[in-house]
Each structure stands twice: as structure tokens, then as C-alpha cells.
Design a protein around this ligand. Structure first.
Ligand code: AMP
Ligand code: GLY
Length: 431
């Protein structure tokens, strides 16, 4: 079958790499892709939410299935667009409908869904400008810290953790009355702060059944030991030593089962990946957020651990046969370390030549491209996150060391990466 993958990051290079391994994948196209996806298929210069041009490309290239990487086209309704467009109804889009994508597109929608289906999450209130004064009173009653969330998509910047009531009220005013996050902040969710260790759980659902994929932990801060600004993600590891069978059982019973049952009860059309951001508070899982797609850089560790044929999994998703699938995972540890442009997550320059990509591949290491593009004979930087180097190891420490070693062979002006990914799980050095 011919497949179109949408997106251009490390997540998409990883998905392209995996799709291309399937004997069921005939032609693979990526829109718009990067220099890494170009090694796995044909890049098409089409923007991720230009549905009309994507539709034209699907007809021209006889596409059977579309796999959507990022949230934006999902929240804008790519699933519904293809389903309702005459002549395109047979193209299967892997991803939720526009309505179901609100689970990521609107924090208030996600909170109401969890409340309705009795899924454990932080207590909350939601407020619009006309309820500003009520919101201020609500803030005054909360214990510290207080979490404020812009309702809509705010490029990962819409969550504020406030250490005082004054700060929370000031930020609340900026969001609701002074449009700090534009449209996204017209509604604000005020939330209880959850303690514990954060982790990401992934499932693939056909709307009726689901398969649980390997879990992962993402390192969001720019600096070592989780210091500094939030980024899209500086690295990830899988599996997580604290995710025991007993913990997973709780996650399934209390969170995943009611989530999938909730889709059915609410008649939400959802055939795709669900990414559940969780807090593990002493073995008790609570949902921080839903995302309607795979994570980046979590995909760079989750997908390499899956032994199944990805196209087979996606076909079973569209035919509602995921109940017939057993996920087989590589038991080794996997880590990815992300190399970013100097200045990221603030301003940074693009177009820096990347050297060392022709270094002979290390066994057990894969260099995935995030923000890269081909320019004449060079591969140059084209984003904040540039490369995601994934390695397998006997344990997380070994996998991270291997990725760090590979990164020492690579270079671009201003390149930076964290050397401490997976630090909490570090094995003591052998005596
Ligand atoms: P989100 O955009 O919902 O992923 O939130 C961004 C980050 O803020 C999360 O990854 C958490 O680290 C943190 N966060 C969000 N909600 C809470 C909460 N209720 N308690 C503690 N931390 C939170
Ligand atoms: N790594 C977090 C995300 O993809 O949203």
C-alpha cells in the first residue's frame, strides 16, 4: 500500500524508518518531511495543514493511508476532511476526528471528559473573562503551587506553575483579560498541582480495542538536571524501571479502559494513537493531559522497541482488529538524546552545515533527523531540535552513553545536547 506520513520532525523520521521496514509498504511519501525522511521515502513540499494540496497529492500518488504525526492537522480536522471529501473517503486517516482531537486541543474539554468518565486527574475549575472575579476567588482558595493552563494549543507554552497566589492572579489576568496567549487563553483551567514522577503512556486504539505500547519518559528542560526553560523535549528513555506490572495494571484499569470506553460512550471517532501524560504519585497514576498523537522525542524510543510490523498495526487499527494483535517489544533499554541549535528554545539560526553524518553507523545506534534539510550536497540545520540520536543498551546508562558517544562524532555550529538524559536511572559505575 502507498502511505502518506504528515510532519517533519524526529518523530516522523522514526515513523518513516519503521514504516519503510514493512513489506506491506509500497511507496512512502512524507509531507513535508526532512533530510532524514528523504532516506526512507519521497518528501512532498506540502504544509501539514494544507488539506487541499494534501488531497491532490493523495490522488496523484494513489495513497491508501495517511499517518498524521503532529496535532495541528488533527485539531484542524484532517480526519473529517478526508472522510467527507467525495472520492477520498477510502483513504484511511490514522488519527482521531476533529471532535475527538479536542482532547488535546482544549484542556477544558479533556478535563470534562475525565470528570464524566471518572478518570483520575487533578481537581480543577475553568473560567472565561466574564467569570474573572470568580476565578480570582477560586485561586485564593487553592494550595500552592497553582497550575494555570490556557485552554487551547499554545505551542507548549500555555502551562504556568505559579508559586504564590499573587503570581497566579497576575498571570490569570494576563491570560484572560490581556490575551497573553491570544485565542488559546480565552478560557483558563486552574488546576491542583500533582506531585510525583511524570511519564508518558502510549496506546493505539481502533475505537473498540487498544494495544498498549512501551512507556517513556521525556526530558523537557533545556539544562542538565532539569534546569532552565521548557523545550519540545531534549531526550527520552524507555522502559522505565518504576513502571511495574502492578502500576501498569492500575493505569489500564483506572485510565486506559475508561478512556477507550469513554470514546465509545461519547461517540467519538478515534482510530489512532493516544498519548497519556501521567503523574505517578507513589504508585498512584493521575492524568496530566491527553495528546492525540505520538510524542516527540518519545517516538524515537517507543517505536524502535516495537518488534511488530507498524503497517500491520495501522491496518488493524482501520479494520478494528487490534484485538488480534499482540505487541512484541525489544526488552533492551532505549534512549534518545536530542541535539539542538544554539539559543533554542529561544531564537536560533538555521542553515548550519551538519558534519559527521557519514560516520559509519554504530551498531545499536540510529541517527534520526528532526530539523534538517538538504541544501545542494549538504545537510543543514532547519529547526530548534536538529537530531535525535537513539541507542539500544543493556540498561539506560549504556544506551545514553552510546548516544552521547555518537553525538561526539557529529557537529554543527552552536550544537548543544544534554549529557544527562536518564540521570535518575543511572547505574552505579562498575567497581
Ligand atoms: P501540558 O502542556 O499539559 O503537558 O503541561 C506541561 C507540563 O506542566 C507537564 O508536562 C507537567 O510537567 C506540568 N504540569 C501540567 N499540569 C500539572 C499539574 N496539574 N501538576 C503538576 N505539573 C503539571
Ligand atoms: N514530548 C512531548 C510531546 O510530544 O508533546
Amino acid at each position: 500500500m502507498n502511505i502518506l506520513l504528515i510532519g517533519s520532525g524526529g518523530r516522523e523520521h522514526t515513523l518513516a524508518w519503521k514504516l519503510k521496514q514493512s513489506p506491506l509498504c509500497n511507496h512512502l511519501f512524507i509531507a513535508p518531511g526532512n533530510a532524514g525522511t528523504a532516506l526512507c521515502g519521497t518528501n512532498l513540499p506540502i504544509a501539514i495543514s494544507d488539506f487541499d494540496s494534501l488531497a491532490t497529492a493523495c490522488v496523484a500518488n494513489d495513497i491508501d493511508m495517511i499517518l498524521v504525526g503532529p496535532e495541528e492537522p488533527l485539531v484542524k480536522g484532517i480526519y473529517d476532511f478526508f472522510q467527507n471529501r467525495k472520492g477520498l473517503e477510502n483513504i484511511k486517516v490514522i488519527g482521531p476526528s476533529k471532535e475527538a482531537s479536542q482532547l488535546e486541543g482544549s484542556k477544558a474539554y479533556a478535563k470534562a471528559f475525565m470528570k464524566r468518565h471518572d478518570i483520575p486527574t487533578a481537581a480543577y475549575g475553568e473560567f472565561t473573562a466574564d467569570k474573572y472575579l470568580e476565578g480570582v476567588e477560586y485561586i485564593k482558595l487553592q494550595s500552592l503551587p497553582i497550575v494555570l493552563k490556557a485552554d487551547g494549543l499554545a505551542a507548549g507554552k500555555g502551562v504556568l506553575i505559579c508559586q504564590s497566589h499573587l503570581e497566579a492572579i497576575a498571570e490569570f489576568e494576563l491570560m484572560l483579560l490581556r490575551s497573553k496567549f491570544g485565542e488559546a487563553g480565552k478560557k483558563v483551567v486552574i488546576e491542583e498541582f500533582l506531585k510525583g514522577i511524570e511519564l508518558s503512556i502510549f496506546v493505539l486504539t481502533d475505537g473498540e480495542n487498544y494495544v498498549l505500547l512501551p512507556e517513556a519518559k521525556d526530558y523537557k528542560r533545556i539544562g542538565e538536571a532539569d534546569a532552565g526553560l521548557n523545550t519540545g523535549g531534549m531526550g527520552a528513555v524507555s522502559p522505565l524501571p518504576f513502571v511495574t506490572a502492578a502500576f501498569l495494571q492500575k493505569v489500564k484499569e483506572r485510565i486506559i479502559d475508561p478512556t477507550i470506553a469513554g470514546f465509545k460512550k461519547d461517540k467519538l471517532d478515534y482510530k489512532g494513537f493516544v498519548f497519556v501524560g501521567l503523574m505517578n504519585d507513589n504508585g498512584e497514576p493521575k492524568v496530566i493531559e491527553y495528546n492525540c498523537r505520538m510524542g516527540d522525542p518519545e517516538t524515537e524510543v517507543v517505536i524502535p522497541r516495537i518488534k511488530n510490523d507498524l503497517v500491520e498495526l495501522l491496518v488493524a487499527t482501520t479494520t478494528q482488529k487490534l484485538n488480534e494483535i499482540t505487541i512484541e517489544t525489544d526488552e533492551r533499554a532505549v534512549a534518545t538524546v536530542v541535539a539542538v541549535s544554539g539559543g533554542y528554545p529561544g531564537d536560533y539560526e538555521k542553515g548550519k552545515a551538519i558534519l559527521g553524518l557519514d560516520t559509519p553507523a554504530l551498531e545499536n545506534t540510529i541517527v534520526f533527523h528532526s530539523g534538517t534539510k538538504k541544501e545542494d550536497d549538504d545537510i543543514v540545520t532547519n529547526g530548534g531540535r536538529v537530531l535525535a540520536v537513539t541507542s539500544f543498551g543493556e540498561n539506560i546508562t549504556e544506551a545514553v552513553e552510546q548516544s552521547n558517544y555518537m553525538l561526539e562524532q557529529l557537529h554543527f555550529e552552536g550544537m548543544y545536547y544534554r549529557t544527562d538524559i536518564g540521570y535518575e536511572f543511572k547505574e552505579p559505575a562498575a567497581l
